[in-house]
Design a protein around this ligand. Structure first.
Ligand code: SF4
Length: 332
């Protein structure tokens, strides 16, 4: 299965409970960034530029655990920065599992061995290894030779030890459709449990020209859609239709909220209007309908999975054909 059954059931139960309470704008995923420091300096990373003045800040453990309670989302993606550099990463992971939240650790894999000596496999835990292409591309994107090989070794090690492993690959302008196919086939051979492939998103603080424009996405993602019936691609079929230009989707930025040492970042994972002290303040300050309808100029070339997969999740059940495609996709 591309997604653990327990996660799917928990997510469905949570969405139904929110709706019974009359909630419309509720989070499904908390992107928890307990620090922005990293042991790499990737070309496409906006965080190390946006937060360079506060790059040494680390969130106190109680604040990190408390933000998960505050948002209430069933899925917590611990990212950053490099989350395995966070000084409380072990108690944070164990604490979130103790809250019965599905924890995904988004990592470049460089510090993995030390971490897995302290945290056992758990049905609530998965790793999301960052891998943006085959050896030459990935090592260029992360600006360090040898990182691709470290990632491959880490994936093998995690699988041997019984952990759930997913990968997250960002597609840039220069990534060819042939390389995407090669990468997906290699990840399939390595036995990863899920493969997430997303278009690179242009952070407002970055000036480089490595990101895909809307018109460049269809060709590359048609290849991904073709491979989705044979490999464990986690992107939903509806989102893939959107990426290849076969349908339109509105955005649901409130489904993936971001908390970092500066506060609750709004309006979305990608763009920043401000940081708020509480989750409630961030909600009050954000005109969700404005961002849902992609009216902000900064939304122009954005097809970020966190905004649009949220829409797909919330619309599950409203269209029988799409819902059946989703069920078949995830049960495989
Ligand atoms: S379209 Fe992209 S930039 Fe705009 S609100 Fe959605 S996720 Fe954010």
């Amino acid at each position: 299965m591309r997604m653990p059954l327990k996660l799917m059931l928990d997510l469905g139960r949570y969405i139904r409970a929110q709706r019974r309470r009359g909630e419309k704008y509720f989070p499904l995923v908390l992107m928890l960034e307990p620090l922005h420091a990293c042991n790499l300096a990737c070309l496409g990373c906006g965080r190390i530029v946006e937060y360079k003045e506060t790059i040494r800040d680390q969130m106190p453990l109680e604040e990190a655990l408390g933000s998960a309670e505050e948002a209430g989302a069933p899925i917590i993606s611990i990212c950053g920065g490099e989350p395995l550099m966070y000084k409380h990463i072990v108690p944070l992971t164990k604490g979130l599992i103790g809250q019965r939240r599905h924890v995904q650790i988004c990592t470049n894999a460089l510090l993995l061995e030390r971490f897995i000596r302290q945290v056992e496999p758990d049905p609530y835990l998965s790793f999301n290894i960052h891998l943006d292409g085959m050896r030459e591309t990935h090592d260029r994107v992360v600006d360090r030779a040898g990182v691709f090989d470290t990632c491959v070794r880490a994936i093998k090690l995690l699988k041997e030890r019984g952990y759930r492993v997913q990968t997250n690959s960002t597609i840039y302008r220069e990534t060819s459709a042939e390389e995407i196919e090669q990468l997906i086939r290699m990840l399939g051979d390595l036995g990863v449990d899920g493969i997430l492939v997303t278009p690179g998103y242009h952070y407002q603080v970055l000036n480089n020209d490595i990101f895909l424009k809307n018109g460049e996405m269809p060709y590359k993602f048609r290849q991904v859609r073709k491979l989705a019936s044979h490999y464990k691609i986690m992107n939903t079929p509806v989102y893939l239709d959107y990426l290849v230009g076969d349908r339109d989707l509105l955005c649901s930025p409130w489904t993936t909220v971001t908390r970092n040492p500066q506060g609750w970042k709004g309006p979305c994972y990608l763009i920043t209007n401000g940081h708020y002290k509480t989750f409630a303040q961030m909600h009050e300050a954000t005109d969700w309908e404005f961002y849902r309808t992609k009216q902000d100029l900064r939304c122009k070339d954005c097809k970020l999975h966190s905004g649009f997969e949220g829409t797909v999740a919330l619309e599950f059940g409203s269209n029988l054909k799409d819902s059946w495609r989703m069920v078949r996709h995830y049960l495989w």
